[in-house]
Design a protein around this ligand. Structure first.
Ligand SMILES: [Zn+2]
Length: 108
C-alpha cells in the first residue's frame, strides 16, 4: 500500500515594522509563505506551485494576501532594513571606539 497525500506548510519569510493599513498602528508585519506539498508516507516530496503569501499584523492580527511581486518587494525592503540596522550598529560601535580613544588621549 502506498500512502500519499498533501500537507500545507507555513514559513515566516521576513518581518518589517510599518503602519498597518487596518489598525493604523506601527507594528511588526510578518510575511508568511504557505505551500502545499505532495507527500508520500507523510514525507513532503515536492511543492505544488509557488505557494501563496500573506502579511499579518502583530498588533491587530489582520491577515491579507499579497502577490508574489509584492512579497518579493517586502523581502527586499526587509533585507535593506536589516542592512541599515547592521550599518547603524557598526557606525555606533565605531563612534564608541573613537570616543574611547579620545578619553584615553584626554587623560594622557
Ligand atoms: Zn494591524
Amino acid at each position: 500500500m502506498i500512502l500519499f497525500g498533501s500537507r500545507t506548510t507555513q514559513k515566516l519569510v521576513a518581518a518589517l515594522i510599518f503602519v498597518c493599513t487596518v489598525c493604523q498602528h506601527e507594528a511588526a508585519q510578518r510575511l508568511v509563505r504557505r505551500r502545499t506539498w505532495f507527500t508520500l508516507f507523510f514525507v513532503p516530496i515536492f511543492p505544488f506551485g509557488h505557494g501563496s503569501y500573506t502579511i499579518s499584523c502583530a498588533y491587530c492580527g489582520n491577515t491579507y494576501g499579497v502577490s508574489r511581486e509584492n512579497a518579493d518587494r517586502f523581502v527586499a525592503d526587509a533585507e535593506a532594513a536589516h542592512v541599515n540596522a547592521e550599518a547603524d550598529r557598526i557606525l555606533s560601535d565605531e563612534d564608541a571606539r573613537i570616543r574611547g580613544e579620545q578619553q584615553q588621549s584626554d587623560r594622557d
